[in-house]
Design a protein around this ligand. Structure first.
Ligand code: AMP
Ligand code: ZN
Length: 153
């Protein structure tokens, strides 16, 4: 498979690893937003978070382990050199995903950073209260369907 992160897992491409176990790998981003920017990935090739299968409880357990390690690495950043950390996770080209192997960015943040994060929020405006209610209703319907289909919770 032509996946850069699978190649890193297999050792075909070098990386600076900060943690590894049978299921998870964490390594430094080659193009960091801040010093110590880490990518946390499952060794299982899943293209994105919505595509993680939940039919098999071992996949669910692996996704939970992945999330736990994201927490540990954020905690490690704060314990060792950062004042805070952002977790960034992109799903799909429209969301800025460029590597289609599920990954979480853990981005350490320091109070004295010369390039603080801006989320650039507040650009979208609902045309009306009705439109806002429609978005909420679309989401409620889809969430209920997914939970019924997947029966994980
Ligand atoms: P995303 O936009 O969420 O898909 O982010 C992909 C990330 O992978 C980017 O931050 C890249 O800098 C990073 N990246 C791509 N290739 C490598 C590599 N060989 N080693 C480490 N990080 C990489
Ligand atoms: Zn992969």
């Amino acid at each position: 498979m032509d996946c850069v992160f699978c190649k890193i897992i297999n050792g075909e491409i070098p990386s600076v690893k900060v943690y590894e176990n049978d299921h998870i790998l964490a390594f430094l981003d080659i193009n960091p937003m801040e010093k110590g920017h880490v990518l946390v990935i499952p060794k299982q090739h899943w293209p994105s978070l919505p595509e993680v299968p939940v039919d098999d409880s071992s996949d669910v357990a692996m996704a939970e382990e992945l999330y736990y390690m994201v927490r540990v690495i954020a905690k490690a950043c704060i314990r060792s050199f950062a004042d805070g950390a952002n977790i960034l996770q992109c799903n799909g080209e429209a969301a800025g995903q460029t590597v289609f192997h599920l990954h979480f960015h853990v981005i350490p943040r320091c109070k004295d950073s010369s390039h603080p994060l801006s989320f650039d929020s507040g650009h979208a405006h609902y045309d009306s209260d009705e439109e806002r209610a429609q978005y909420a209703e679309k989401l409620r319907t889809a969430i209920a369907k997914i939970l019924a289909e997947e029966k994980v919770l």
